[in-house]
Write a protein that binds this ligand. Structure first.
Ligand code: TXA
Ligand code: MG
Length: 316
């Protein structure tokens, strides 16, 4: 028997209220954030969190980000160091996740942290997400709402395409503003960049007044750090000047191409459209060539995602 398709809810008061009710009943609800669409579940429920892993087909050693309605709630779940508080005050609500030590009596399902003594926290900056978190009244665990290893969703249609029959509902608030997952910073041995993302390293370093350390490779604490990730079905070739036979060209700046991430060379615009462009190009079944993207500001996160999309895949 086929599973029923997800309820598509609008980001109205009644849509948000329905989404919150479904979360309270232990269901999976996909909701928009400013970065990408999340696959949300009650972070205190083992069963609901297990359903996330099941739906994504995600290796269970990968811990999830816990989403909160307000900055003040962070200290209910974690020990916030001075550096963590400084970054939370500067960037929350926003596209930054902080990996901080769990606090005793936190009440989160151990599945959320995959047994680690730390938790990734984030207060998203998206009105529908914040309203949902507020109405729900608790912590929501949410990875990006894509099957594990595939391109992250930046529209409700992307979620329907990947997980449409595996979630109870999708809260649709249109395309995500930032378009790339949050930047992840940990604090073990000093502030450390675990994943580049929607907040640039430069902006974080300016607030901290010191450079971020970069996580050692080989130490996989984020699935975004697996070499092949965010992968379309098609082969991807980077730093292309033009398309070769049969390739489609994803461009940047003033150039002839099939989809241009930003004709004016604006990295914020390019980040916002990146995953949607990859989803679209991938539908053609043709190999994808991608123009060179500058490695500054959000370009660092764009290049991180592109190099993983282009990496050799393991198996099917
Ligand atoms: O923008 C985002 O961050 C989106 C939206 C939905 O908020 N979420 C997202 O989640 O990208 P996900 O699960 O695809 O990536 C979360 C990353 C994972 O790579 C995970 O390994 C890392 O956060 N993470 C979570 N808890 C951690 C911990 N305790 N230590 C180190 N890394 C952790
Ligand atoms: Mg993801």
């Amino acid at each position: 028997m086929a599973l029923p398709a997800a309820e598509i809810l609008s980001a109205s008061e009644s849509g948000i209220s329905r989404a919150a009710t479904l979360l309270r009943e232990g269901n999976l609800v996909s909701f928009p954030t400013e970065t990408v669409y999340g696959l949300g579940a009650d972070a205190r429920s083992d069963q609901a969190v297990a359903a996330i892993y099941e739906a994504k087909g995600r290796p269970s050693f990968n811990p999830l980000i816990v989403h909160l309605a307000d900055v003040e709630l962070a200290s209910e779940f974690a020990q916030m160091s001075e550096d963590a508080i400084q970054l939370a005050n500067a960037f929350w609500p926003g596209a930054l996740s902080l990996v901080v030590p769990l606090r005793e009596g936190h009440g989160l399902s151990p599945l959320v942290t995959a047994g680690l003594p730390t938790v990734a926290l984030r207060v998203p900056d998206q009105p529908a997400a914040r309203a949902l978190l507020k109405d729900f009244g608790g912590p929501v665990a949410a990875p990006s709402a894509n099957p594990s290893g595939r391109i992250s969703p930046t529209t409700a249609q992307h979620v329907i395409g990947g997980l449409g029959h595996l979630v109870s509902a999708i809260l649709d608030a249109g395309p995500c503003r930032v378009g790339l997952e949050s930047t992840i910073v940990g604090f073990q041995g000093g502030p450390t960049l675990l994943r580049p993302g929607g907040v640039s390293t430069e902006d974080i370093e300016a607030v901290l007044g010191q450079p971020l350390k970069v996580a050692q490779s080989g130490e996989i604490t984020a699935p975004g750090q697996l070499v092949s990730h965010y992968a379309p079905n098609a082969a991807v070739r980077l730093n292309a000047k033009q398309a070769r036979a049969n390739e489609l060209l994803l461009g940047f700046g003033d150039m002839d191409c099939d989809i241009n991430l930003s004709p004016t060379g604006d990295l914020i615009e390019a980040a916002a459209g990146l995953f949607d462009a990859l989803h679209r190009l991938d539908q053609s079944g043709r190999p994808i060539a991608v123009a060179r993207i500058p490695d500054t500001g959000l370009g660092q996160a764009i290049n991180d995602r592109l190099s993983r999309a282009a990496a050799p895949r393991n198996g099917a």
